[in-house]
Ligand binder design. Structure first.
Ligand SMILES: [Zn+2]
Length: 446
């Protein structure tokens, strides 16, 4: 940071969760940033009076709750318009509700719609997202252009599938074209916008990909230093079909291991039905887990054993997984993390039920760890990027706070309110690297 760079300070209830299950907070706190980075965090009474060379532009709002930007590590851009639609479990739902939708996600309509997704993420307080596009190069390229314009931090890739794909291409050509298009998108977009945009090779899952495609995708991701994202052990029916399709492999994870897909830049969605061996193998490889409880409940897939995965050393972040999940709202995913483990506990003895502090960690620092970026984002540690979500406490209180005053609430109360009643109606402003990417029209704004 140079001395001339202006500083911005936001005053409010500042909350982050550097450790799993522990909050760090300042009730009348402030976060000061400049040059895109966090430069100070602490009590407003101290920071507000501190003498400095540069003036601070203060944004005051007595009803603001200030969090590290929310991180969504699993979602599907083309599926968003069909949320809360269709029925049945994963495989039927994919064929009847999702593939027809993704199939149409090309040409001018698909390209136009791709652009609308990113402002929507910012409106929900999301600053970073890991995304699957459809199988088409044109709409994925349009999505990257929109992502760059939005200023959000985006990891994305074109969906890859060469078995039972919804595309119209000759089957024997699908693999080579999918590889070629993925490589072209990767070469063009990986590392763009000062590193805010990155590429993820995205084979859909073992039932939709040949071994050859999975091996080539893994090799190319390694060559370019990109991410890999795919789905793993979401439903029992899927696991059973994988077992029949790959009889020589030890289990579902082994299919991905043999293809070279299991590594430290690999993010696996769901991971509900894993054996001890699979959990240990993933942990040893440094592979990451995207936990998507709203989606898992919607499709009756199961409840991921969260404490068991974490105890095995797996890094876990949260995903909205639209359109299996009904919203891009990570607060509701945090609520679902808590409630799904609570419900599991009704039938299984000894289940550890997470608190809002655990859930916030997963949606911020946990997501940062999943993407290997915990030195850049996830908390308000000084020097990290100023990725910030500002919530309006009044907008979440009954009667807009006329019965319960926001200043009567402790930081724990404020977080709980966000987890149980948070959403885009209460997001005041969203910042990525100190730049505003969404501003509410609310009169409550600074
Ligand atoms: Zn998914």
């Amino acid at each position: 940071m140079t001395p001339e760079q202006p500083l911005t300070g936001i005053r409010g209830c500042v909350i982050d969760a550097p450790e799993y299950g522990k909050l760090r907070s300042w009730r009348d706190g402030a976060v000061v940033f400049g040059g895109g980075r966090i430069v100070e965090v602490g009590d407003f009474q101290h920071l507000g009076k501190k003498p400095r060379q540069q003036p601070v532009r203060w944004l005051h709002n007595e009803h603001a709750a200030i969090f590290p930007g929310l991180i969504d590590v699993h979602t599907h851009l083309p599926q968003y318009p069909v949320v809360a639609r269709g029925r049945g479990q994963l495989l039927d739902w994919l064929h009847h509700s999702i593939f027809p939708r993704e199939k149409a996600f090309t040409g001018p309509p698909g390209q136009r719609e791709a652009g609308a997704f990113f402002p929507e993420l910012a409106r929900h307080g999301t600053t970073t997202a890991m995304i699957y596009a459809a199988i088409y190069e044109d709409s994925c390229d349009a999505a990257f252009r929109a992502a760059e314009k939005s200023g959000l931090r985006i990891v994305m890739g074109k969906m890859m599938m060469d078995v039972g794909t919804y595309g119209t291409m000759q089957p024997r050509k699908v693999l080579s074209v999918s590889m070629l298009e993925s490589e072209r998108l990767c070469r063009h977009w990986h590392g763009r916008n000062d590193g805010l945009i990155e590429y993820a090779f995205s084979p859909r899952f073992a039932l939709a990909c040949s071994e050859k495609l999975m091996r080539e995708a893994a090799a190319m991701a390694g060559q370019f230093g990109c991410y890999i994202q795919t789905h793993l052990a979401e439903t029992r029916e899927e696991c059973e079909r994988v077992r029949h399709l790959f009889p020589a492999m030890k289990d579902y994870t082994d299919v991905y291991e043999k293809c070279g897909l299991v590594g430290s830049k690999s993010v696996f969605g769901h991971c509900i039905h894993l054996s001890e061996r699979e959990r240990a193998a993933m942990s040893a490889a440094g592979a990451k887990v995207a936990h998507c409880p709203t989606a898992n409940i919607y499709l009756s897939s199961g409840i991921m054993p969260l404490a068991e995965h974490r105890a095995a050393g797996l890094k876990v972040g949260l995903g909205t997984d639209v359109a299996a999940g009904p919203e891009l709202n990570l607060w509701q995913v945090m609520r679902s993390v808590i409630e799904s483990q609570k419900m599991r506990g009704f039938y299984e003895p000894g289940v550890q039920v997470p608190t809002p502090a655990h859930a916030l960690h997963l949606a911020t620092q946990g997501g940062a760890e999943v993407l290997g970026k915990s030195d850049q984002m996830g908390t308000f540690d000084i020097g990290k990027d100023a990725d910030i979500t500002v919530m309006d406490i009044g907008a979440m209180l009954p009667y807009r706070g006329s019965a319960t005053k926001p200043d009567e609430l402790s930081p724990e109360d404020v977080l709980s309110l966000c987890v149980y009643r948070g959403g885009p109606h209460a997001v005041l402003e969203t910042f990525v690297r100190g730049r505003s990417v969404y501003r509410s029209a609310s009169p409550e704004l600074f």
